[in-house]
Design a protein around this ligand. Structure first.
Ligand SMILES: [Zn+2]
Length: 106
């Protein structure tokens, strides 16, 4: 078995483990659409690995990272990232918000 195959296997195994542990439902809106669910860092500043790098990292590191993880659907994840991005620069008005949101979701 090539190392690429085993890495892919570990990727799926680690992600399955994460969802078993954290639940297969968005903590924000309750969506349980498996295709839409993503792993998210609760506290981005404490991020050590990217979850898309599952499979490349050891089980030890991956499991440690899950202490700072939650499950979100794509939509909630998108808006969380959006608000984190713009947190330091509050919007003047709704128009400015709409513009930034459109830019973000393009
Ligand atoms: Zn959601």
């Amino acid at each position: 078995m090539s190392s690429k195959t085993s890495r892919a296997k570990r990727y799926y195994a680690q992600r399955a483990y994460a969802f078993d542990l954290l639940g297969r439902v968005c903590v924000n809106c309750g969506s349980a659409d498996a295709d839409e669910l993503v792993l998210d860092h609760v506290d981005r500043t404490q991020k050590r690995i990217r979850f898309c790098d599952a499979g490349r990292v050891s089980w030890e590191r991956f499991i440690a990272e899950l202490k700072n993880a939650q499950v979100l659907c794509c939509i909630c994840h998108g808006s969380k990232s959006f608000y984190e991005r713009y947190d330091d620069s509050p919007f003047e008005d709704d128009d400015e918000f709409d513009e930034a949101w459109e830019e973000w979701t393009r």
